[in-house]
Design a protein around this ligand. Structure first.
Ligand code: ADP
Length: 319
């Protein structure tokens, strides 16, 4: 490859800037040119393409969000639109692309690879919902942000002897909920992968908890289950315990990335450039069993992600 393009796509995640910075600096170190593609595939189609040099990414490693911005672009699922995307790459001399995003973004990357543009995916999502990797850019920052917020809710919840239903993000995945549930010592963790919709059982446990002298009752609910407000109302009605729902929302996406997110995102960005320089395409960078590795995109997309059973079982034992 001679000119490497970089884009962020799908949901933003803290640490994406560290990855962009690493792509830019590693590419320059290897004597390549770099172009930034703004707003994901939408910006590619709109030719929002900028030249990047070492100073383009100065002062960005500590910043949340993505300096290239991101977007969803549903039309990129259409074959003729993908062909137009590949053509625009060629027009701008881009012969390699690093796509930072989730599974959806990797599908777009795979299509570009088939159209002759060397493409490498880098896992960027706060949800940790990418099967081929134990780590995704932004998860560590997001769980730390959520954990700190939940601590704060817990303080006031204990003071008022309330029950709190706290909804964390994660789309269809329960990783943020599981990690926060353990880190915050919550009484209940509701994960979309495991939820049995037995609200009566929850209500029973709250009443028993009260009898045992529990001063609060924290329920971490995953976005993939939702309905936190309704659940809170139901609990209050059935137990007489004041119950509030707190939906943490988009605060979980923002903020300065943690050290882990900066270091891993930097490593993955550089690794993606190394793959392109080796002539590789249609690969996704991953972190598996303590090592940075890469997989064929098809193979990666076919993998199934599951909740770690031991973690889930201890989350129940430790309350
Ligand atoms: P994520 O990358 O976080 O999974 P999305 O699922 O929203 O987020 O996907 C991000 C973008 O990737 C979409 O807006 C679209 O532009 C592109 N994309 C998603 N699925 C496909 C597909 N099947 N083929 C081509 N592009 C896709």
């Amino acid at each position: 490859v001679q000119t490497i393009g970089v884009l962020t796509s799908g949901g933003d995640a803290p640490g994406m800037n560290a990855a962009i910075r690493a792509v830019v600096r590693q590419a320059l170190a290897k004597g390549k040119k770099v172009k930034g593609i703004k707003k994901g595939y939408a910006g590619l189609l709109a030719e929002e393409i900028i030249d990047m040099d070492a100073t383009s990414v100065s002062d960005t490693i500590s910043r949340g969000g993505t300096i290239l911005q991101t977007a969803r672009c549903l039309e990129f699922k259409e074959a003729e639109v993908q062909a137009k995307g590949a053509e625009i790459c060629r027009k701008h001399g881009i012969d390699g692309i690093v796509v930072i995003g989730g599974d959806g973004s990797f599908q777009g990357a795979q299509k570009l690879a088939r159209l002759g543009i060397n493409t490498i995916g880098v896992p960027g999502t706060i949800d940790l919902d990418i099967a081929c990797t134990d780590y995704t850019i932004g998860f560590d920052t997001a769980v730390n942000t959520a954990m700190e917020a939940i601590d704060k809710v817990r303080d006031t919840s204990t003071s008022h002897e309330r029950c709190s239903v706290i909804e964390v993000m994660g789309r269809g995945a329960g990783y943020i909920a599981l990690w926060c549930g353990i880190a915050n010592g919550s009484e209940e963790i509701l994960l979309p992968e495991k939820y049995d919709h037995d609200e009566e059982a929850i209500i029973k446990r709250i009443i028993e908890g009260r009898k045992k002298g529990k001063e609060h009752y924290i329920i971490i609910n995953a976005e993939g289950i939702g309905h936190s407000q309704e659940l809170a109302e139901k609990i209050e009605k059935a137990t007489g315990v004041e119950t509030r729902a707190t939906i943490l929302g988009h605060m979980q996406r923002g903020g300065s990335p943690t050290c882990k997110d900066r270091v891993y995102a930097s490593t993955m960005g550089a690794y993606a450039v190394d793959l392109l320089c080796e002539g590789k395409s249609n690969r996704v960078v991953a972190y598996k069993n303590g090592e940075f590795v890469d997989y064929d995109i098809e193979e990666a997309l076919a993998m199934q992600k599951t909740i770690p059973e031991y973690l889930y079982s201890i989350s129940k034992d430790l309350v």
